[in-house]
Ligand binder design. Structure first.
Ligand SMILES: Cc1ncc(COP(=O)(O)O)c(C=O)c1O
Ligand SMILES: [Zn+2]
Length: 411
């Protein structure tokens, strides 16, 4: 089925240049990322929320709000419609009445990066890309390698050598060309930039093509749908390149323009680790762009992004939603990870744990009220980060008996 008629154009948020949708394109002439715009009047005329809710539980249920022209090009591993779980015990213990976790830990490849990859790779296939290249902190590389394998597209990935070991393995087994760099994602990005200029490959770096963000935006569409076509008070997001928070903001604006939800905008919180917090620093100075963060380091590897191309869009989403940006220490992140696991049974990734550390900080500051509806974005499974947990178990001889009290320290 064709569905391109709903894209109206691609728009530059910096210089307002317009481009035709559904084409092989990277960034605006001025260097800014491009955003996909839809003809929402026409979407609203053919689609209503009841009809949509009857569709299969996949992110492709929002196809009229996605940039693919022909559904035949969809590359799917079964992504989308992740659970929005009420975190009752965690909330009760720490003073939140209405705490929720949007859990991306169960999506293909184990992180929300699958959403951007599903839509990004499907669109790349549609516009005839045969080789794409990207820098990654690991999880995006794992996701894009997997979707490229399914699409039959060659995928070249450059990743910091300090990225989690599992990312090396998942990228390698899916057959991508993987290179490690003795440096950060910004160094990997420069290597990819030179390669795409030399070889004419498609540049799939964060926000250097307009379609990945459309996949990530489906997190915002799902949250609104799962809450009965309304939004919570606060959404807390672990921010690296910022595509997820920009996408959630865009999704809610589109639903408002469709008239499917009211005018309320959730306060969007960008969380960063105190070892790499350029957006937080910019927010504290009420600036509209960030500066390169020197010496970036945190256990939440996915959010180690010293300077994001879309920083101005992240900050716009934060300011326009009356949100904020907040930094949390690695110690607070690892404590939050243990608290969520012990009280909710969910082993979340450190990036996801950072959102709960931020929620606690904002509650203590009075920025969040105890009864407000707060959605934490757990962007991935903790199973990808075994090094974040130190576990020791007593070794028994076959003839030993178990102590009646057990041995494991309870939270
Ligand atoms: C688990 C995880 N969470 C969050 C992020 C940050 O993503 P974004 O680019 O949307 O800020 C990443 C990026 O690598 C990640 O891997
Ligand atoms: Zn422009």
């Amino acid at each position: 089925m064709k569905c391109d008629m709903y894209i109206s154009h691609l728009e530059c948020p910096q210089c307002t240049n317009r481009y035709e949708g559904g084409k092989r394109i990277q960034v605006c002439e001025c260097g800014s990322p491009l955003l996909v715009r839809y003809d929402l009047k026409r979407v609203g005329a053919i689609l209503d929320k009841q009809a949509l809710s009857a569709r299969p539980a996949s992110l492709w249920r929002y196809r009229e709000l996605l940039p693919l022209r022909d559904e035949a090009h969809i590359v799917s591993l079964g992504e989308g419609m992740t659970p929005l779980v009420r975190a009752r015990q965690l909330g009760r213990r720490f003073g939140f009445t209405n705490l929720f976790i949007k859990d991306e830990g169960i999506i293909p490849t184990g992180t929300f990066k699958a959403r951007g990859a599903a839509v990004g790779v499907s669109c790349a296939r549609e516009v005839g890309v045969d080789t794409l290249a990207m820098p990654t902190n690991g999880n995006a590389g794992g996701a894009w390698a997997a979707y490229c394998a399914a699409a039959g597209i060659r995928c070249v990935i450059v990743m910091p050598q300090d990225a989690p070991a599992i990312n090396t393995k998942e990228i390698a087994i899916t057959g991508a060309d993987l290179f490690l760099v003795d440096g950060l994602i910004s160094d990997a990005g420069r290597i990819v930039g030179r390669a795409v200029a030399q070889h004419g490959w498609f540049d799939a770096s964060t926000l250097k093509e307009p379609y990945r963000i459309e996949g990530k935006k489906t997190m915002g569409l799902e949250i609104a749908e799962q809450m009965g076509w309304r939004v919570p008070d606060v959404i807390i997001y672990p921010t690296g390149g910022g595509v997820g928070i920009i996408g959630i903001f865009k999704a809610i604006r589109e639903l408002q323009d469709l008239g499917w939800i009211g005018a309320k905008m959730p306060r969007l919180v960008a969380v960063q680790a105190s070892g790499c917090a350029p957006i937080v620093k910019a927010y504290e100075a009420r600036a509209h762009t960030s500066e390169f963060w020197e010496g970036a380091a945190t256990c939440a590897f996915g959010i180690t992004v010293p300077k994001a191309l879309g920083d101005f869009l992240v900050l716009e989403a934060v300011y326009a939603s009356r949100g904020c940006a907040v930094a949390v220490t690695d110690t607070a992140i690892l404590d939050a990870q243990a608290q969520i696991a012990a009280l909710e049974g969910n082993f979340v990734c450190p990036e996801g744990a950072a959102t709960f550390a931020a929620a606690r900080k904002l509650l203590a500051q009075g920025w969040i009220q105890p009864e407000e509806e707060v959605v934490l974005l757990n962007t991935g499974t903790g199973l990808k980060y075994p090094q974040t947990v130190q576990a020791e178990a007593p070794l028994l001889a076959p003839g030993d008996d178990l102590p009646v009290d057990g041995c494991v320290k309870r939270f």
